[in-house]
Design a binder for this molecule. Sequence first.
Ligand SMILES: NC(=O)c1ccc[n+]([C@@H]2O[C@H](COP(=O)([O-])OP(=O)(O)OC[C@H]3O[C@@H](n4cnc5c(N)ncnc54)[C@H](O)[C@@H]3O)[C@@H](O)[C@H]2O)c1
Length: 364
Amino acid sequence: MARIVTGNRGQEIGRSVSLRLAQLASQRLAPREYGKIEERVHVLVTGGAGYIGSHTAKILAQAGMQPVVLDNLQRGHREAVKWGPLIEADIGDWSALDRVFAQYPIDAVFHFAAFAYVGESMRAPELYFRNNLVNTLNLLDTMRSRNVQKIVFSSTCATYGNPLQIPITEDHIQQPVNPYGESKRMVERLLHWYGRIHDLRWVALRYFNAAGADPERELGENHDPETHLVPLAIRAAMDPKQPLEIYGTDYDTPDGTAIRDYLHVTDLAEAHLAALRYLDTGGPSDAFNLGTGRGHSVREVIAMVEKVSGRKVPVREVGRRAGDPACLIADATKSAGQMGWRPRHSTLQEIVETAWNWKVRSSH
Ligand SMILES: NC(=O)c1ccc[n+]([C@@H]2O[C@H](COP(=O)([O-])OP(=O)(O)OC[C@H]3O[C@@H](n4cnc5c(N)ncnc54)[C@H](O)[C@@H]3O)[C@@H](O)[C@H]2O)c1
């Protein structure tokens, strides 16, 4: 049956979300003290079987909300969906999406579903424009027809392209240098126009480098193929036959390797709740960087993996990859000031320890 969200219900939900988040923040809400399922705030988590989406579903449940995961499992994992229903469907499938909005009282959407490999996007841009852009248009139109007005979108620092200044602020020019970044930039433009014309309320979170794993070891990072540094360094530490490739040792950085801003996936997940609270308390639609404001070089990450694991990380030095900037660091002052979000788990040590602990557990 179709469900209409009235203005009053919207305000009510806003109040209840803010209250739950405030309670959680002050640690007064024990994770099991939730209301009945039908009373909970429901969030549709597209791509919730993937790395960041699954961690965010857990944080939503801990905050007393109900994640409803929609994922086609092309690049996700069924076993990562543990805190609510999994609808196995594609966001490009209008009728499947419409059924979800009819079945569950969805209050907001966290939109993670996308393809996210820069290299693949340079070989097959059509995949990226179809999945990341066209399918998002489908999602926005279904939301509109079901009167769901809030969305938090997974954007990326790849929308900036090669940085002109470090740290990167949100008003840095957006000139993506690959179709992946371009597709995300285009979705940001969609959000802008749907906001102006159709009253969609949105937050675009421009993640820098997500890393780490659930501290309780229930979830972790498991991409196939894996392209991210922390899991690759851990794999090399566990299996010397798979050395870590270092792309470029002649950058203009203190140790010659590239520098990135690594953010713990739990901090990323919490930022989505902060973004929802921001929208619920009347914050205007906007884009925010998510990073720590500190960078670590490839060699620093390797040294930390060696320290945490007690093993050597075998490496193979290879040339630079085209389009890899020497340094990407976020200025996340705006996220702190306007959404009240700050990273709490993102020391390099905590990132590597949680990733290592999960990998050790999941390898048995
Ligand atoms: N991992 C990072 O460091 C990083 C950095 C910046 C931005 N992002 C963005 O964050 C989001 C999540 O990244 P991730 O690392 O968790 O990726 P992921 O591949 O682990 O998760 C994406 C999930 O979306 C699903 N999916 C893809 N297309 C779909 C479709 N059409 N319909 C239904 N499900 C679909 C996949 O099956 C997968 O489970 C992506 O949008 C990505 O672009 C990630």
